[in-house]
Design a protein around this ligand. Structure first.
Ligand SMILES: Cc1ncc(COP(=O)(O)O)c(C=O)c1O
Length: 446
């Protein structure tokens, strides 16, 4: 039986009416990628205000790994909301903040003493990690990567690589930032044979330190172990391991941005666990608290303790309701073994993609790790020219057929899967079937 129920054309009349109000009341900057307004959601299904039910392959941009309206998480939120919703950690601290810090210190990779501070959003975690690294090292420089996405504040967008829509017109950017190529095999220049990523990165760093900046001026290197907004590109383990080695040699803080990759998405709690890298600092957000605004910065105790008392914080950081949501979310991830589930979903998804990729000339690459998978659309396989219009069209058509999905990539030509990991087998197959139908129908138009 289909999980999708469409009662109206998409968007329905109520969504259309809300969109008209939205156009008048809200600026266009905070964009909408679908034309529908949500009424409720459960597991991997979203019902809109017109009573249409969709399969969700977006998960609120990767925030809903545990699934919408998980009963245990909802109960934890309600229970904390009845006791108190806010007091400010800096005024009268509370146990859930400490319990969550202890949990994250224990579950993040690295067999060393760690400490955790909490904030509200992914970008705030990124900002705090950079502040801590700069304070601890007394250096200013930060290295980020091409195709990176680290958020939308001044420092976040400055670290972000994609120009439009994230940076264009918003300058001047923050200073002392440097950029290196991300180990993106499919788009690596002159790539004709398998790349030895350790050697390649060794060369890149030698050249970088000679021609851009001395290593003793660099406070931190920040990298997504799998590109998120940049197109779901897993960095080869050898590349990350070489970067971590270079950081260790030069006293540079290695920061893993696990905002999108964290909390079971790749089949591990953190994507760096697929490598031998033990990051000095890990930043987390999104699926940590099932959609409540919460982020975390976990790192080596001596680094985290470097900034003076009162140097870090904020009114809402580590809100008690969000902390309880996070504790319940992580407990559910463990109870339901969502890491194992992510592996199963991923395997099924990639097999499915590979099967229909042979039928479409527009699929340049199928890739991913765990349940973080993507199709890169190209105008033709030889030139690898990105095919943005096709990705946009597939996303739009899929929505009309009952699938909420997202694009990604510097050229917006990538389709990515961010379904809640609570999705069942039938819903997954049905959602993938819609992607297939939408992609194969491109041949009629393009
Ligand atoms: C890897 C990564 N870092 C940082 C951010 C920013 O997080 P937020 O939107 O919560 O500020 C995102 C958001 O998509 C992300 O994917």
């Amino acid at each position: 039986m289909s999980a999708i129920h469409l009662q109206t054309q998409i968007p329905g009349p109520k969504s259309q009416a809300l969109m008209q109000r939205r156009q008048v009341a809200v600026p266009r900057g905070p964009y909408n990628s679908t034309p529908i307004f949500i009424e409720k959601a459960e597991g991997a299904l979203i019902t809109d205000v017109d009573g249409n039910t969709f399969i969700d392959f977006a998960g609120g941009i990767g925030a809903m790994n545990v699934g919408h309206a998980n009963p245990k998480v909802a109960a934890a939120i309600a229970e904390q909301a009845r006791r108190f919703t806010h007091a400010c950690y800096h005024v009268t601290a509370y146990e859930p903040y400490i319990a969550l810090a202890e949990k994250l210190n224990a579950m993040t990779p690295g067999n060393f003493a760690k400490k955790t501070m909490l904030a509200n959003s992914g970008v705030e975690a990124v900002e705090n990690a950079i502040k801590i690294a700069r304070y601890a090292t007394g250096r200013a420089g930060v290295v980020a990567f091409e195709h990176a996405f680290h958020g939308r504040t001044l420092l976040g967008m400055s670290l972000t690589s994609k120009v439009k829509p994230y940076k264009y017109g918003f300058g001047p950017m923050a200073t002392d930032l440097y950029r290196l190529p991300y180990p993106y095999e499919y788009r690596w220049l002159h790539n004709t044979r398998p790349i030895n990523w350790a050697e390649e990165n060794e060369k890149i760093f030698a050249e970088f330190f000679a021609s851009h900046v001395a290593p003793d001026k660099i406070a931190a290197l920040i990298i997504e172990p799998v590109l998120g907004e940049g197109g779901f590109v897993p960095a080869p383990a050898a590349a990350l391991e070489k970067m971590a080695e270079v950081c260790r040699q030069h006293g540079i803080v290695f920061i893993a941005d696990e905002v999108q990759t964290g909390f079971c998405r790749t089949g591990k709690f953190f994507a760096v666990e697929w490598t031998n890298v033990e990051p000095d600092i890990i930043v987390m957000a999104k699926s940590i608290a099932a959609g409540l605004p919460l982020s975390a910065i976990t790192g080596r105790a001596e680094l985290m303790d470097a900034p003076h008392e009162g140097g870090l914080g904020g009114t809402y950081g580590g809100n008690p309701v969000a902390c309880q949501a996070a504790l319940a979310t992580i407990a559910e991830m463990e109870r339901l073994n969502l890491n194992q589930r992510a592996l199963e979903l991923g395997e099924y998804t990639r097999d499915y993609f590979h099967r229909f990729a042979v039928e479409s000339p527009f699929i340049g690459e199928v890739r991913g790790i765990g349940a973080m998978n993507a199709l890169e659309l190209v105008q033709d396989r030889r030139s690898r020219v990105p095919y943005q219009d096709a990705a946009k069209q597939v996303q739009k058509r899929a929505c009309q057929l009952g699938l909420v999905s997202l694009t990604a990539g510097t050229y917006s030509n990538i389709l990515r899967t961010l379904m809640p990991l609570s999705i069942n087998d039938e819903q997954l197959a049905e959602g993938l079937g819609i992607m297939e139908k939408a992609i194969l129908s491109l041949a009629d138009e393009f």
